[in-house]
Design a protein around this ligand. Structure first.
Ligand code: GEK
Length: 262
C-alpha cells in the first residue's frame, strides 16, 4: 500500500484527464529539509518525480487552466494543422486537448527542453496517446502550421529579451483565427498590491500543506529562474507579436491565463 503521506492523487478523486485512471505522484518535499547551500531550481529527475503534486499545490487555478486548455482547443483546432504544447512538462495540457479533440485529424506535439520531463511523459502516455514528444528548446524550434498553441507557465522561464521573438515566431506559424493560450505567473504594477499578492500566494501554498521553510527555500531557488511580468506587458507583447485580439480569460491571485487570436 502506498503511504498516504508520500503519495498524492493528482486532480482529486476523479480519473485523471492524463491517463483516465487515477495516477499518483510522490508528495513534493524537495524543500522540506533545511538546505546547507543555496540551490537553483531546475526541471531534473527529482522534480519530475513530484511534479504533478508540486504544480497542483503551487499554482492556484492549475486544474482549471488544464481543463480549459482542452475546451479552448476543441473550439479552435482545425484538421490538418498542429496543436502545440510548449513547455509541456508531463503533458497534462496537450493530453486535455487530445481528449477534447476526440480523434480530429490534428498533429499533437508536446515540446520540452527537460529530458527528464519528456522521457517521463513518453513513458506515461506513449502507449495511450498520439502525442509526438519533442525534446528541445522552444525558442530554437521551427514551427509547422498550427491552429492552437498552448504555453502554460513556460514563457516565464524564457529570458525576457527572447520572449517577443518567440511569440512572433509562434504567431507567424499560426493560421488566421488560430488561438494561443498563454498562462503565466504575474507581477503587479503597484508594489503594495504585488506584495499583497505574493503573501496571498504564500497563504495558498500554506493551505496546500507547504511549511514556511519550504515556501522560503523554493522562492530563493526559483528567484532568478522564473521571471514574472505584468499582465499589461504580456498583452502589449502579444499585440507586438502580431496577434489581433487578446484578453485575460482567467486569473487566480498572481497567476493568469491569456488568449490571443492570430
Ligand atoms: C503543464 N505546461 O503542466 N524550451 C522548452 N521547455 C522549456 C524551456 C525552453 N526554453 N524553458 C522551460 N521549459 C506545463 C507546466 S512547467 C511550469 C510547465 C512550472 C519547460 C520546463 O522544462 C518545464 O517542464 C516547463 O517548461 C515549465 O501545463 O513548473 O512552473
Amino acid at each position: 500500500m502506498p503511504d498516504i503521506m508520500t503519495t498524492y492523487t493528482f486532480l482529486s478523486a476523479k480519473p485523471s484527464i492524463m491517463t483516465n485512471k487515477a495516477p499518483t505522484s510522490k508528495r513534493d518535499q524537495l524543500f522540506a529539509e533545511l538546505l546547507t547551500e543555496p540551490s537553483q531550481f531546475s526541471f531534473n529527475e527529482s522534480v519530475v518525480d513530484v511534479f504533478p503534486d508540486m504544480i497542483q499545490r503551487s499554482v492556484p487555478g492549475y486544474p482549471t487552466v488544464v481543463r480549459m486548455s482542452g475546451v479552448l482547443s476543441e473550439q479552435y483546432a482545425k484538421p490538418n494543422t498542429c496543436v502545440y504544447d510548449l513547455g509541456c512538462s508531463l503533458g497534462e495540457s496537450i493530453r486535455a486537448a487530445e481528449i477534447a479533440l476526440n480523434d480530429r485529424d490534428c498533429q499533437l506535439v508536446g515540446i520540452d527542453n527537460s529530458a527528464a520531463m519528456i522521457n517521463r511523459a513518453r513513458e506515461t502516455l506513449g502507449s495511450t496517446s498520439k502525442i509526438n514528444w519533442v525534446l528541445g528548446d522552444v525558442t530554437a524550434m521551427d514551427y509547422a502550421q498550427s491552429s492552437v498553441v498552448i504555453m502554460n507557465f513556460t514563457l516565464q522561464f524564457i529570458p525576457i529579451e527572447r520572449r517577443l521573438a518567440l511569440l512572433t515566431k509562434i504567431r507567424n506559424a499560426m493560421i488566421p483565427g488560430g488561438l494561443l493560450i498563454l498562462s503565466e505567473k504575474l507581477t503587479m504594477p503597484d508594489p503594495e498590491m504585488d506584495a499583497l499578492m505574493i503573501n496571498l500566494h504564500h497563504d495558498f501554498k500554506r493551505s496546500q500543506g507547504y511549511s514556511d521553510m519550504e515556501i522560503a527555500q523554493k522562492r530563493d531557488a526559483i528567484d532568478n529562474v522564473l521571471i514574472p511580468e505584468t499582465a499589461a506587458t504580456h498583452l502589449d507583447r502579444l499585440a507586438s507579436a502580431g496577434f489581433s485580439r487578446t484578453s485575460v480569460w482567467f486569473q487566480c491571485l498572481n497567476f493568469a491565463s491569456f488568449i490571443a487570436v492570430a
